[in-house]
Every structure is written in C-alpha cells, then in structure tokens.
Design a protein. Structure first.
Length: 71
C-alpha cells in the first residue's frame, strides 16, 4: 500500500454544516440560471449526465432536510 493512501486514514472526518449546505443547494436549484450552470459544470467535471447530477443534488437535499428535521 502506498504511503499517500494511508494518509487519508489518519485524518479526522470532515464535518459539514448541514443547514448551510441545505440552504446553498436550495438556492442553487431555485434559480434556473444558476441551476443550469451548476449542473453543466458538475457534469463536465464528473462525467455524469446533468439529469443524474440533478437527481443526486435533489437526493442530497432530501437527506439534509430529514437530518435537519431530526435535530
């Protein structure tokens, strides 16, 4: 195993502000111009078609919404 692969194991888990990310994603998807821009940009960088990128973003929003309701 390469030393760089082990470096990830020693790092602390990344924590995100779920409420902030929920607000950001909702803002992006509610603005048609910004939504199209982000879908195209993510699609071009990931190789995932824009329709699937949108589905993933909506799934993340649903997950974050449920998590925020639980807290």
């Amino acid at each position: 195993m390469d030393e760089s692969e082990n470096a990830d194991d020693d790092e602390a888990p990344v924590e995100i502000d779920q409420q902030l990310w929920l607000q950001v994603l909702l803002a992006i998807l509610s603005d048609p111009v910004e939504k199209e821009y982000m879908l195209q940009r993510i699609s071009s960088k990931s190789g995932i078609v824009p329709e699937k990128v949108e589905l993933i973003m909506k799934s993340v929003i649903e997950y974050l919404f449920r998590q925020n309701r639980l807290n």
